[in-house]
Design a binder for this molecule. Structure first.
Ligand code: KG4
Ligand code: ZN
Length: 343
């Protein structure tokens, strides 16, 4: 079964071809980061227009690299939500129209399900069941994943997502958009322990998170400094921020493993690329005898491969595809709405 995957929920256009027998054949990606950087954040209207420009060349690139023809595609999977309405509509309209022309069905995919399942693209994938820590720009959730479409929410952020906290703190330190990855590079040059920032909800007794207070603590720290900020201050503050957020994410993940009795942890979403988070979790995994899995770095952030994979796994699990031609997206779409209907 050959599945074409299309991702356009935010600021990356991704196209991929996934074969149920051979795995990922090819994927092509265009990031709009450089375009949005000028404005200090994603401009939804510009995002939609850019998806329109990129989608056909990227499709040609992926199909060419996979060495397949478009009419060999069995179904077209695309991100139906959550995300920016206009951006989602580009991927949806393109996927539905293409499938209509090819006379093939479509599989609307939940973006977060794509992230959740993305570690299954690696050479050494986890097996079900596992605990998933989903840490992206828009979401921070801990979940028990029993199978495709079988997701139980264990805890989530009550305010900012982890990636959002990285990006907002980076902005406060004067870093350009999107600051998360830059902040983490800067943190590596910083000295731990110079500044002490709060570990929000560490002792809340549940598996929920809250990161807006941490961001405010960074703001307070910045206001206490003489301006302009020195490079040493920025690096030490970045380090303090990263230490705090990583400690909370790791502690709650360990608690989720203990609570569920599971021995596998999957980390997905953009913040899953963070080196300190990975190193700390790897350390804990050795000490506490569990296994931790990450998507390949290129599949941590948004991409078409995870959408093609999720579409394929859904079909294999018995989830019906639908006839092409329905142009509908779901910008707001809780992941739990699709749980329990994987098969
Ligand atoms: O999963 P993703 O593409 O976004 C959503 O689907 O929402 O992740 C993007 C997020 C951004 O907030 C970005 O700053 C963050 O992931 N990110 C990082 C790193 N690389 C990307 N955060 C911390 N450390 C990194 N190395
Ligand atoms: Zn994403």
């Amino acid at each position: 079964m050959l599945i074409l995957g299309i991702e356009s929920s935010c600021d990356e256009t991704g196209i991929a071809l996934y074969d149920s027998a051979e795995g990922l054949l090819a994927h092509a990606l265009h990031s709009q980061v450089a375009m949005h950087a000028e404005y200090g954040g994603v401009v939804p209207e510009l995002a939609s227009r850019d998806h329109i420009r990129r989608v056909v060349p990227l499709l040609r690139e992926a199909v060419g690299r996979a060495g397949r023809r478009l009419d060999e595609v069995d179904a077209v999977a695309y991100t139906r939500g959550p995300g920016l309405a206009g951006a989602l509509l580009v991927g949806c309209a393109f996927a539905e129209a293409l499938a209509l022309a090819l006379d093939k069905p479509t599989i609307p995919v939940h973006h977060l399900e794509g992230h959740l399942l993305s570690p299954l693209l690696s050479r050494d994938p986890p097996s079900f069941p596992f605990v998933a820590l989903l840490v992206s720009g828009g979401h921070t959730q801990l979940m028990r994943v029993t199978g495709v479409g079988e997701y139980e929410l264990l805890g989530e952020t009550l305010d900012d997502a982890a990636g959002e906290a990285f990006d907002k703190s980076a902005k406060l330190l004067g870093l350009p958009y999107p600051g998360g990855a830059l902040l983490s590079q800067l943190a590596e040059q910083g000295t731990p322990g110079i500044y002490e920032l709060p570990r929000p909800m560490q002792h809340s007794g549940d598996l929920n998170f809250s990161f807006s207070g941490l961001k405010t603590a960074v703001l307070t720290l910045v206001r206490e400094q003489d301006q302009p900020l020195t490079e040493t201050f920025k690096a030490d503050a970045a380090r303090a921020f990263q230490e705090a957020i990583v400690e909370v994410l790791v502690k709650k993940s360990l608690k989720a493993l203990k609570q569920t009795g599971l021995k596998q942890l999957v980390v997905a979403g953009g913040v899953g690329a963070n080196k300190q988070l990975r190193a700390t979790l790897d350390d804990e995994a050795r000490r506490k005898r569990f296994r931790v899995y990450y998507p390949e770095l290129e599949f941590c952030t948004d991409n078409g491969a995870m959408i093609a994979l999720a579409g394929c796994l859904r079909l294999q699990a018995g989830s019906p595809s639908k006839p092409a031609g329905e142009f509908a997206v779901q910008p707001r779409w809780p992941l739990m709405d699709i749980s329990g209907n994987g098969a």
